[in-house]
Design a protein around this ligand. Structure first.
Ligand code: LMR
Length: 456
């Protein structure tokens, strides 16, 4: 292992902006810091001699893994025969009737894509179709930033796939082997980055006593993060807490990240769900741009286009110069080629059709706002129902929190009762997907919360 080497570079970002100088600690890869998947064989692997032999399976010692904490809830819910069952588990939008909602704008775009005689089934470039990039960049960056040619963009497999490639980039290309994530965060973050060989540590984010944001705690934690480490932030509508910094707090956080010389990664999975307005929800991303920082964005279209199963998203990396942008994109392409060669066509074509057809785009924005409003109404309704029962505790957090989720404050035992006795499916950490509530089930859910809280 060689010695750590501070690398300083100055990046003139735009003519109107001052020179930005950042010092990163460039470290050689330290194998001992990398957490790798543990081999499941304890001793020597058995010699496989074919079915029916003394050693009939080379898979015999493989233990069964635990089911995924979020996705398995959907299966349990489906299998449950209880008539009043409620699914507040997975973060996916549901209608007032509790049904999935393929957005009408998206269905129309899909029809147009399917009927387009120029659409074929050929491979697309490793980083996606070049003509698709501008419309998706515009959701995250200013026109000036895009025109500067300093945004590297690659289509990816929704948010998870984008994060996976970014993780691999941290570890393989940047030799950045430590990432700091909020405590708590989406359950898959740690596993995604560990798999890429990145060690994951947590910074303070949530204050259980207020069920709100712990600004002081986060600032104190970031102050102690070594320069050159990566930090992950949710661009808006934090998952699972539904608790975001205020705009003023974001300014301080971004300034501090800049001063500390950290590598920012913005997980942008819920743009439009916090306020119903894409621009408002893009505030934190804009701040990183305005501060002249280099940063990654993992952009998912699962939630805001309702394209969950199409697995469509984009990786963006804002870079200091055009030359650096070209180099970064080339490395992203290497990683993508190794992982899955090139991205799928269909979801990307749909997103592009919506974003480049003015009438469809307007319709989509209205539908997005409608979904966000319905969730807000359900927050009001749930809080109202709980308070009407005078359930012990305070419940403002249900309406203070934003986005798709509410972090109810129910503990593990209370959640267990909600799921096992009352058939209200939610994650163990007490998170509910507010989108799963509707006028037909909100009173029942409130009643169940009332019971488990009183009987705790
Ligand atoms: C969630 O948090 O429920 C969603 O992001 C779905 C998922 O993949 O976990």
């Amino acid at each position: 292992m060689g010695a750590a080497m501070p690398v300083t570079y100055s990046a003139p970002m735009t003519q109107s902006r001052p020179m930005v100088t950042t010092t990163y600690e460039s470290r050689p890869l330290d194998e001992s810091r990398i957490i790798r998947a543990q081999p499941v064989y304890k001793g020597e692997a058995p010699v496989y001699q074919g079915l029916g032999s003394a050693e009939p399976s080379m898979f015999a010692d493989i233990p069964e893994a635990a089911p995924d904490a979020i996705l398995s809830l959907a299966t349990l819910f489906k299998e449950d025969k209880f008539p009043q069952k409620v699914n507040l588990g997975i973060g996916a939008y549901r209608t007032e009737e509790g049904k999935p909602w393929p957005l009408p704008s998206v269905l129309e775009a899909q029809l147009a894509v399917c009927q387009d005689p120029t659409e074929d089934k050929e491979y697309v470039p490793i980083d996606g179709k070049p003509e698709y990039k501008l419309p998706v960049q515009k959701l995250c960056f200013s026109d000036a930033a895009i025109a500067s040619g300093c945004v590297a963009t690659a289509q990816a497999i929704s948010g998870t796939g984008s994060l996976q490639i970014i993780g691999q980039f941290l570890s393989n290309v940047l030799s950045c082997t430590t990432l700091w994530i909020p405590n708590p965060t989406w359950g898959n973050h740690t596993a995604i980055f560990n798999r890429a060989g990145v060690e994951v540590k947590k910074y303070t984010y949530y204050k259980p006593s207020t069920r709100g944001f712990d600004f002081e705690g986060m600032i104190e934690a970031i102050e102690a993060i070594p320069s050159g480490d990566a930090i992950l932030l949710h661009a808006c509508a934090q998952n699972p807490t539904g608790v975001d910094p205020t705009p003023e707090q974001w300014v301080v956080i971004v300034g501090l990240i800049k001063r500390r010389g950290l590598v920012p990664i913005l997980d942008n999975a819920y743009q439009g769900y916090a306020s119903g307005d894409l621009e408002k929800d893009g505030f934190s991303m804009k701040l990183f741009e305005d501060e002249g920082l280099e940063y990654f964005i993992a952009q998912s279209f699962a939630k805001n286009f309702g394209l969950y199963g199409e697995r469509i998203g984009y990786i963006h990396c804002r870079c200091a110069t055009k030359e650096i942008t070209t180099a970064v994109l080339s490395q992203l392409k290497i990683l993508i080629r190794q992982a899955y060669s090139s991205p799928p066509r269909h979801g990307a074509a749909i997103v592009n059709k919506v974003l480049t057809t003015p009438a469809l785009k307007e319709q989509w924005l209205n539908e997005l706002s409608f979904m966000a409003q319905r969730i807000l109404q359900m927050r009001d309704a749930l809080r109202g129902e709980i308070e009407a029962r005078q359930t012990p505790g305070t419940w403002e957090h249900i309406t203070d929190q934003i986005g798709m989720f509410s972090f109810t404050g129910l503990d593990t035992n209370q959640v267990k009762r909600m799921v096992e006795e009352f058939h209200v499916y939610m994650t163990k950490d007490g998170r509910i997907s507010v989108a799963g509530l509707n006028p037909g089930n909100v009173a029942y859910v409130a009643e169940c919360i009332d019971i488990v809280v009183r009987e705790a």
